[in-house]
Structure formats: C-alpha cells, structure tokens
Design a protein around this ligand. Structure first.
Ligand SMILES: [Zn+2]
Ligand SMILES: [Zn+2]
Length: 81
C-alpha cells in the first residue's frame, strides 16, 4: 500500500489561494469528505492527467482557503515530493 508523504506528516502541501493568494490549509485526504458521494468524474480526469502511471495510487488532498473558502484538490503521489 502506498503511503502519502503528506498524510504521513513527512511534508506539507503548500498552495496559494487562486482568489486571494493566501496560503491554503490542507484539510487532509479528500476521501474523508467524499465518502458519501463517491468519486467525482471531473476530478478523476485531473488525476489521470497529473499522474499517467495508473499503478500508483495518488492521495487526493483537499485544500481550503481560510479567507474566502475557495477549495482546490491536489493529488499527492510518491513522485510529487
Ligand atoms: Zn495524503
Ligand atoms: Zn482565498
């Protein structure tokens, strides 16, 4: 099983809010939020384009801006860090 370095606490995601430029907060693995909804097709396309190697299982993180509630998702694979 792949380990996500961000979930492991080895590193942190750093992303600036596309709206206000503030550092966004990593809210953790998005599966924690989407359990009730299942995978989203649009997001899945992003993952595939980000990581062509389907043998890897990138961890999807949900980041939210504390100022304006803009949210983005980032996939974290072993090659990302
Ligand atoms: Zn993770
Ligand atoms: Zn913002």
């Amino acid at each position: 099983m792949d380990r996500c370095p961000v979930c492991e606490g080895l590193t942190q995601l750093s992303e600036d809010c596309p709206s206000c430029g503030a550092p966004m907060e990593d809210c953790g693995n998005i599966e924690n939020y989407w359990d009730a909804y299942g995978p989203c097709e649009e997001k899945t396309e992003d993952i595939i384009s980000d990581s062509a190697d389907s043998d890897r299982h990138p961890c999807m993180h949900f980041l939210q801006c504390p100022n304006c509630d803009v949210s983005v998702t980032r996939t974290v694979g072993r090659d990302t860090i």
